[in-house]
Design a protein around this ligand. Structure first.
Ligand SMILES: *[C@@H]1O[C@H](CO)[C@@H](O)[C@H](O)[C@H]1NC(C)=O
Length: 421
C-alpha cells in the first residue's frame, strides 16, 4: 500500500489533496473542489510577526517531533560506600537496560563498565555486551590509568541513562581487564565527570553531551556528600547524599555560593581546577608556597598535596609523625588532638570537620591524617596547568559543591541543616 502524506500549511492555503491509491485502475472521480480558505489575520508589526511565526514553527516541530527535549534538572540519590571511600549512583546501559552502580568521579572523564569478558573485575556486576541489541563494540583498545589501578578494554557505544537523562549513543569503554584496587563491592565502573579533553576514549562525557543537546536547565551539576567516617556502626553502604544534574538544590545549602572561575586549556579539556590560596591549621596560616593548582575530585577519598605544603601543614600539628614504606607521604598525629584545617580558594576559608581529618588509630595512640603528600613516591615536578593538589571527599563532605561548565567555575557553599550541617 502506498501511503502519501501531504502537509498543508494553513497560512498559505491553496489546494491540498491527500490521496490513497488503491491497487488496480483508479475509479473515475469527479474533480474535487476545495473552497479557498480565507486568509487568517496575520500580525503586521515586527515583533508580533516574529513571535507569531516562531510559535508557528515551534508548534510544527512539536507535531513532527523535531522539538528539542525539555531541559531539566534532577536530584539523583547517591550511595556512600565504605565510610566515605567512594560515592556511587545507578546508571543504565543498553537495550533492554542493564543497570549498574558507577562511582561519580569529577577527577576523570571516561565512562566505563566492567563487562562479562573481564576475569579480573572481581565481584562487580558486569555489563553483558551480548544482551544489548543496541550495543556496538569498536575494535579500538583502550587503557585508562587511575590513582589506584588501571582499566583496559574496547571502545563501545550504546544508549546510556541516568535518572531522567539519556544520551544515545554514548561512547564508553567496555572493560575486560582491571588491575589494582579500582572498584569495590557492587561498583561496576566509573562515570567520569571532568571535561572531554582528558578523556582517553576521546568521547564527549555523558554530562557534557547533556549540555550539548540542551537537556540540562543549567550547564552545571552539584554534590552534597554525606559523612560516615566517624560512625562506628556505618555499613558498607549508606545514604550518600544527592547529585543534582542540571542545577543545584537550595535545600542542601545556605548563604552565598563562592564561585571561583578557572580557565580551560586550549582544546577545552581538563580537570575541575581551582587554586588554593591559603590553608590554616587550628586558626594559623601555614606557608604552602605559590604553586597550588588543585583538582576538585569527588572520586578521590582524601586530600593529596605537594611535599612542601603537606610538610608545612603537619609541621603545624604538635607531635605529628611522618610515616615510611608504603605509607610514605602520610602523617600520624596524637589521637586526642583536634586538627581543624581550613582551605580557601580565593574566597571564604572552608573548615574541614575534625572527624574528616582523623582516619583512625594506627599506632601508640597516633591517628592517621587525611592529607598526604601525593608526589612523594615519584617526586614528580609539577607541570604548568596540572594540579599539584587533589582535593577529594575529605574536603567535599564539608561544603555544597557546584561544578559549573559555562563559564567554567567551581562554587562552594555552606551546607544546610537538611544536609546534616
Ligand atoms: C531538593 O531536595 C529536597 C530534599 O530531597 C526535595 O524535597 C526537593 O524536591 C528538591 N528540590 C527540587 C527543586 O527538586
Amino acid at each position: 500500500m502506498l501511503l502519501s502524506i501531504v502537509v498543508s500549511f494553513l497560512l498559505f492555503p491553496s489546494q491540498s489533496v491527500a490521496a490513497g491509491s488503491p491497487p488496480g485502475p483508479p475509479p473515475r472521480r469527479d474533480p474535487l473542489h476545495i473552497p479557498v480558505l480565507r486568509r487568517r489575520h496575520v500580525p503586521r508589526d515586527r515583533d508580533a510577526i516574529l513571535d507569531h511565526y516562531a510559535n508557528l514553527a515551534a508548534g510544527l516541530r512539536g507535531k513532527y517531533n523535531y522539538d528539542s527535549p525539555v531541559s531539566r534538572r534532577d536530584d539523583i540519590s547517591i550511595t556512600n560506600q565504605d565510610a566515605d571511600s567512594s560515592y556511587f549512583a545507578p546508571v543504565s546501559v543498553g537495550t533492554p537496560p542493564q543497570i549498574f552502580d558507577l562511582q561519580l568521579d569529577t577527577g576523570s572523564s571516561d565512562l566505563w563498565f566492567a563487562t562479562t569478558d573481564c576475569t579480573s573485575c572481581g565481584q562487580a556486576p558486569e555489563l553483558d555486551p551480548t544482551k544489548s541489541t543496541s550495543l556496538q563494540v569498536q575494535n579500538v583498545p583502550i587503557t585508562m590509568k587511575f590513582g589506584s589501578g588501571a582499566a583496559s578494554g574496547l571502545v563501545a557505544q550504546d544508549t546510556v541513562s541516568m535518572g531522567p537523562f539519556t544520551v544515545n549513543p554514548q561512547i564508553f569503554a567496555a572493560v575486560n581487564d582491571l588491575s589494582g584496587n579500582l572498584i569495590n563491592g557492587k561498583l561496576s565502573g566509573i562515570m567520569g565527570l571532568a571535561f572531554q579533553g582528558i578523556a582517553r576514549t576521546r568521547a564527549v562525557p555523558f554530562w557534557q553531551a547533556l549540555i550539548n543537546d540542551n537537556s540540562l536547565t543549567n550547564p552545571e551539576f552539584s554534590f552534597f556528600l554525606t559523612r560516615f567516617v566517624n560512625n562506628p556502626n556505618a555499613m558498607a553502604e549508606e545514604p550518600g547524599g544527592v547529585f543534582t544534574l542540571g542545577g543545584r538544590n537550595t535545600t542542601f545549602f545556605q548563604g552565598d555560593i563562592d564561585f571561583q572561575s578557572f580557565t580551560l586549556p586550549p582544546g577545552g579539556g581538563s580537570y575541575w581546577l581551582q587554586t588554593i590560596s591559603s590553608v590554616t591549621v587550628n586558626g594559623k596560616t601555614v606557608n604552602i608556597g605559590n604553586t597550588n593548582t588543585a583538582a576538585i575530585d569527588t572520586g578521590t577519598t582524601l586530600i593529596g598535596g605537594p611535599t612542601a605544603a603537606v610538610n608545612a601543614i603537619w609541621g603545624a600539628v604538635p607531635n605529628s609523625v611522618p610515616l615510611a614504606g608504603n605509607m610514605a607521604g602520610f602523617f600520624t598525629f596524637p589521637c586526642k588532638t583536634q586538627v581543624t584545617i581550613s582551605i580557601s580558594f580565593g574566597g571564604p576559608s572552608w573548615p574541614i570537620n575534625v572527624a574528616d581529618m582523623n582516619l583512625g588509630p594506627v599506632s601508640n595512640a597516633q591517628c592517621l591524617g587525611a592529607i598526604f603528600d601525593v608526589t612523594v613516591v615519584a617526586k614528580i615536578k609539577p607541570q604548568p596547568g596540572l594540579p599539584v593538589w587533589i582535593v577529594g571527599d575529605t574536603f567535599l563532605k564539608n561544603v555544597y559543591t557546584i561544578f559549573r561548565a559555562d563559564p567554567p567555575a567551581v562554587g562552594f557553599a555552606q551546607l544546610s541543616a537538611a544536609a546534616g550541617a
